[in-house]
Design a protein around this ligand. Structure first.
Ligand SMILES: Nc1ncnc2c1ncn2[C@@H]1O[C@H](COP(=O)(O)OP(=O)(O)OP(=O)(O)O)[C@@H](O)[C@H]1O
Length: 646
């Protein structure tokens, strides 16, 4: 087992995957340190500034000592003025150095945060689609955002703590030099004063973790409920009273923790002020007696009191060092967990490109497939569902020994009962997944040998529920081809039968579409997606026809759009409409993860098998102008290829 440390974990049960888990993997510290490497120059500069800053801290009391003992007590006005000016100058330089060191620490922290952010975003982008189907978006965003900010801030704090450590050491050395007795008393008393401070610090730390946990939980729920589909489901099926009660409970927890945090946060300052005042009183008490006894000079006493005042800030900062270090290590560990997920689908170094603009054939050669299990593609802590230990996923083969060929420039329709594996077949063509065995060839090349860029250029997909970004129609279209001209946009929209609508909108292409631009109907959205496809001009089209009922006008428009989109392209269409099926050069009837029948519409009807049954129960209903045929088609039955049930 890789997990070796556990820092103050909250009350979680084993079957509750915890997105804020504080488990740390072995080797994390080494990996964190590696992030310093590109910033070593800045780190060296930071150390130099830290040394200067600490030198200023200990020099000021010495100037004050000289001002009193050598100037005031010896009536030397010149020295008084000089030392006062020196103390003032040191104060200004000290303030400047503090700002400079905060700036450099910020640069290093932000630099590490930047490196980590770019690396993790790029990595997550390359993760397989299976990862995204399993992961809770809110929790993933939390990890990529909140966690990263925490790691980076804590990182900067660690650097500042290094300055504090140096200051504490130098101040203690100077205290011993000025008066070993007062230094000894201070050394004994500091830990006593620090106990309440450390206690309060821990309390604040625990509450902050709880608050983050509660906020993340609420954010996850809100993200799920308040997107358009979630809000729709909640309106149709939700139980408002119970849901509001749940929000109240969650918000109540955040309020309770927030109130307690604000009190304890104030308490921390109160304790620090109190500690400083008590220590000063004590030093003047003991030191005053020594001055009266002639064992200590007045200037030395003032210098000691000043030094003490400078000691508490750094010491309190150091007392939180352990928690800060933990935060860095735990946060980085959670991000590394994500970075360690394998992309599964990768581009080969010697990947080739298909010739552009030439429609290739597609061939499935004995392809079998199962969806990856959670262990292979995701993190339990990101799924954030109560999976329960011991309920291991049993991988089920979704496709078994599938073999067929789509000749170049032809249309193949996939039909079959729900859950048969039609969408899965199309996912494999666009290489969202790789087959477990067998080969898929496009233009004679194994899909796995093609470069990603070539694959993206070659295969265009239009899904049933076309997704649009919350952006203008123009930006949504340009996503497929950023260099497209206005004329090309218009032409694509005309081809997709959506231009009339866009033209009629007051803001035309600049109308906001997407999640909150919900004004587009299902058919319109699909036509916009077809326009996007036309702009991309792929030579292979994978299409899932909309099952949603479209009115006859919209349906006719979609059909016309499809005609343009599929013309002289190699097409694989999950067909729900008889018109598409009739036009297909080949129909594959998919059932139970295999091709059961293949042929044209007439051939399959004549064969009287599964297709004929599907036709009677589903497709005939969508045929507007005629009654279902009786199955006595004229096509010769021998042309129908029946697949063995593998
Ligand atoms: N992401 C996934 N992870 C695991 N199993 C999946 C996943 N997607 C689909 N399946 C399973 O794979 C099988 C085939 O599903 P697929 O979506 O390919 O069927 P389909 O023929 O397209 O169905 P429909 O017509 O209802 O869309 C089903 O049993 C389904 O439960």
């Amino acid at each position: 087992m890789d997990v070796v440390l556990r820092f103050g974990a909250p009350n979680k049960t084993d079957d509750d995957p915890d997105p804020w888990s504080t488990e740390v993997r072995r080797g994390t510290v080494r990996r964190v340190l590696a992030y310093f490497r590109p910033h070593l120059g800045k780190v060296a500069l930071f150390v130099l500034v830290a040394v200067l800053e600490s030198a200023v801290v200990i020099a000021t009391p010495l100037a004050l000592k000289e001002l009193i003992d050598g100037g005031i007590l010896k009536d030397d006005l010149g020295l008084v003025v000089w030392m006062a000016c020196l103390a003032a100058g040191l104060a200004v330089v000290g303030a400047g150095l503090t700002l400079v060191s905060a700036y450099i620490a910020g640069w290093i922290g932000e630099g590490v945060g930047y490196d980590l952010r770019v690396q993790s975003l790029d990595h997550v982008r390359r993760l397989p689609i299976a990862f995204f189907t399993r992961t809770q978006t809110g929790v993933l965003v939390g990890r990529l955002h909140t966690e990263l900010i925490m790691a980076q801030q804590a990182f900067s704090h660690l650097l500042m703590a290094a300055t504090s450590a140096l200051t504490v050491v130098l101040v203690l050395v100077e205290l011993v030099y000025l008066s070993w007795l007062v230094a000894a008393v201070t050394a004994v008393l500091i830990p006593v004063f620090l106990v309440p401070w450390v206690y309060v610090g821990r309390l604040i730390q625990r509450r902050t973790t709880l608050q983050m946990d509660a906020n993340a939980g609420l954010a996850g729920v809100l993200q799920e409920r308040f997107n358009v589909q979630g809000a729709m489901l909640a309106k149709l099926y939700g139980r408002p009273d119970e849901e509001v009660a749940e929000y109240r409970d969650r918000a109540g927890v955040i309020r309770r923790i927030g109130v307690s945090l604000s009190v304890w946060g104030r308490m921390a300052f109160v304790i620090m002020g109190l500690m400083a005042s008590l220590a000063t009183a004590l030093v003047y008490g003991i030191g005053g007696e020594l001055v009266l006894a002639g064992a200590l000079q007045l200037g030395t006493l003032v210098a000691i009191a000043t030094l003490l005042g400078r000691l508490f800030g750094p010491i309190t900062q150091l007392s939180g060092l352990q928690e800060t270090a933990q935060t860095v290590v735990v946060s980085f560990s959670r991000i590394f967990e994500l970075l360690d997920l394998k992309p599964l689908i990768e581009e080969r170094p010697d990947a080739v490109a298909l010739e552009r603009g030439v429609a290739p054939d597609i061939e499935f050669d004995d392809v079998s497939f199962r969806y990856p299990t959670a262990d292979e593609v995701s993190l339990a802590s990101l799924e954030h569902v109560r999976a329960g230990r011991g309920t291991e996923e049993i991988p089920v083969e979704v496709l078994r020994g599938v073999g067929f060929r789509v000749p170049a420039g032809t249309l193949t329709a996939l039909v079959g009962p729900s859950g048969a594996g039609k969408s899965t077949l199309t996912h494999l063509v666009s290489r969202l997944y790789d087959p477990v065995s067998g080969v898929i060839r496009v233009g004679g090349h194994d899909l796995r040998d093609l470069s990603f860029a070539s694959l993206r250029d070659t295969v265009g997909v239009v899904s049933q529920d076309a997704y649009l970004f919350h952006d203008t129609i123009r930006e949504n279209l340009l996503y497929a081809r950023p260099t497209a001209t206005e004329d090309e946009l218009v032409e694509a929209c005309k081809g997709a039968q959506i231009w009339d609508l866009i033209e009629s909108l007051p803001r035309g292409f600049d109308t906001i579409a997407g999640d909150r631009g919900y004004r587009l109907s299902g058919g319109e959205k699909q036509r916009l997606a077809i326009a996007r496809l036309l702009l991309k001009a792929p030579s292979v089209v994978v299409l899932d026809e909309a099952t949603a009922h479209l009115d006859s006008e919209s349906e006719a428009a979609v059909q016309r759009a499809l005609k343009t989109a599929l013309r002289s392209r190699t097409s694989l269409v999950i067909a729900h409409r008889l018109s598409t099926i009739r036009e297909a050069d080949q129909i594959l009837v998919i059932e139970g993860g295999g091709v059961r029948e293949r042929g044209t519409h007439d051939e399959l009807l004549a064969a009287g098998g599964l297709y004929a049954e599907l036709y009677r129960t589903q497709f005939a209903r969508s045929e507007s102008n005629g009654s279902p045929p009786d199955g006595n088609g004229s096509a010769p039955v021998r042309q129908v290829v029946r697949e063995g049930g593998r």
